[in-house]
Write a protein that binds this ligand. Structure first.
Ligand code: NAP
Length: 251
């Protein structure tokens, strides 16, 4: 990297986002750790700083338009113009279609789709001005369909179309956009799914691993490694792609 660059990772206080934030800091980026609760970002910020990196914790709800604008402006002022954005913040509100409330639908669309749109729109000006940028959106194998996730699968499939359109619009400015579609990753999100199904997390991990060709569930660091490649200089000719990181070819 010629100059230190600034990356924003949303939903980075824990799980996949925290692993991506730490990995990008190791790669040499100054990293803005965004999450709903600013105090929840402190641990990841300290871990990055203790390892010799630069980081800033920012509290923001990515579904809030003014909040996204303010968060990106603060990152630009305090850390440097952000030219990398990883749209990772996410929630699940699983239910079978007949029991799914409008609130369950809207909440999931609000964080994943509206949130990725608002953050990308706010950050893109720094990328186009720099003539360089990288956007990575977190899709999911659920985009291919998943029982109990009409809202989430629709949002994650929508993010794939969003990603391809950003790639087409922003390519001429040196900006790439790609999506990572993780399979089963061991985080609080999948812990919540185990609780909903009434089984222990350990049992859930064991059951899932049996279905995955590489014989194990994914870890947040598996996604961080893929994000690290996609935001790198050498990935400049990879754009509009969806990379399934799922231990095999199928969801
Ligand atoms: P996680 O452990 O639940 O972490 C998600 C983070 O996003 C939390 O820190 C959460 O904050 C934050 N967040 C939620 N709503 C937000 C909002 N409106 N604004 C800002 N931050 C918000 O989830 P994860 O498993 O790491 O998942 C990360 C991403 O990968 C998500 O987009 C998810 O859909 C995707 N993914 C995960 C898996 C998997 O198996 N885990 C598979 C495929 C895709 P709070 O703690 O305050 O709620």
């Amino acid at each position: 990297m010629t100059d230190p660059r600034t990356a924003i990772v949303t939903g980075a206080a824990r799980g996949i986002g925290a692993a991506v934030a730490k990995r990008l800091a190791t790669d040499g980026f100054a990293v803005a750790v965004l999450d709903l609760d600013e105090t929840a970002c402190a641990a990841v910020v300290s871990q990055i700083e203790d390892a010799g990196g630069r980081a800033l914790g920012v509290g923001v709800d990515v579904s809030d338009e003014a909040g996204c604008e303010a968060a990106v402006a603060r990152v630009a002022a305090e850390l440097g113009a952000p030219t990398v954005l990883v749209n990772n913040a996410g929630i699940i509100r699983d239910n079978m279609l007949f029991k799914m409330s409008v609130d369950d639908w809207d909440a999931v669309m609000g964080v994943h789709l509206r949130g990725s749109f608002l953050m990308s729109r706010a950050a893109q000006k720094h990328m186009t001005e720099a003539g360089w940028g990288r956007i990575v959106n977190l899709s999911s194998t659920s985009a291919l369909g998943n029982r109990g996730q009409a809202n989430y699968s629709a949002a994650k499939a929508g993010l794939q179309g969003f990603t391809k359109t950003l790639a087409i619009e922003l390519g001429r400015f040196g900006v790439t956009a790609n999506a990572i579609a993780p399979g089963f990753i061991a985080t609080d999100m999948t812990k919540a799914t185990a609780e909903r199904r009434g089984i222990t997390f350990e049992q859930f991990l064991e059951d899932e691993a049996k279905e995955i060709p590489v014989g194990r569930v994914g870890q947040p660091e598996d996604i961080a490694a893929t994000a690290s490649f996609l935001v790198s200089e050498e990935a400049g000719f990879v754009s509009g792609q969806v990379i399934y990181v799922a231990g095999g070819p199928k969801a």
